[in-house]
Design a protein around this ligand. Sequence first.
Ligand SMILES: Nc1ncnc2c1ncn2[C@@H]1O[C@H](COP(=O)(O)OP(=O)(O)O)[C@@H](O)[C@H]1O
Ligand SMILES: [Mg+2]
Length: 269
Amino acid sequence: MSDLSRPGGPKIIAVANQKGGVGKTTTAINLAAALAEAGSRVLVVDLDPQGNASTGLGIEVEDRQFTTYDLLLEDVDLKAVILQSVTPGLMIIPATVDLSSADLELMSNEKRSFLLHDALRQPQMDSFALDYILIDCPPSLNLLTVNAMIAAHSVLVPLQSEFFALEGLSQLMLTIREVRQTGNKDLRIEGIVLTMYDQRNNLSLQVEQDARDNLGELVFQTRIPRNVRVSEAPSFAMPVLTYDTASKGAQAYRALAREVIQKNRLQVA
Ligand SMILES: Nc1ncnc2c1ncn2[C@@H]1O[C@H](COP(=O)(O)OP(=O)(O)O)[C@@H](O)[C@H]1O
Ligand SMILES: [Mg+2]
């Protein structure tokens, strides 16, 4: 049973922050795995040419015959591009470096900002009976990220608990505002999640305080701790929930999933 039945199809969440290394991919993979573990059917769209989400979910480069590039720019059968991951109920559209040229190719396309939006809303999508789609964005506010924001219902922002963490947020918020004005007026902020949090570190506490003071309810209660099991899991090609199911990292992503499910119950009701 799925945890929510959206009349308009799956809830689409873009995981975005133009800074690299803040935990976007880690959050996309493990939140997706936690939602799937809770009984949802979840699709991760790898929108980063680095393809880290694909690797982290066990899709080897040689098995990426069709990718997000084809989804955006070619007429590809969804059955060929949506792959089953190691986790039951969790699917992925993989990416390869090909996607790095998409940004330029998109420029000349009349529908350049709406390609992902349209691709994810094609009627054949219904047969996958998805509850959630999580989009793992590249570390940039480029046309790929804009595509994600136009396709999405909401943006989930991982915020690394380090110095200057909040500075980049204003630029991200500006982009969200622009997207609301130009192509997706209903775009919401799903929430901001503190990542790589270290309770013993004053800086983590300070970033959290600043974030909660400035952003209030937008900040998830759940904090993702810095946890070595989380960083090891991708090299074993699985989410941390599978790699070390009892680890602090796995538990934190389960708690984050519960918050997301709860929020969306409230919104659908
Ligand atoms: N909670 C965590 N604990 C330990 N390492 C983490 C955690 N979250 C992310 N990392 C590590 O930090 C690095 C950057 O994370 P990643 O998710 O790839 O960021 P992004 O996608 O924003 O570039 C990766 O090596 C990842 O394994
Ligand atoms: Mg990434």
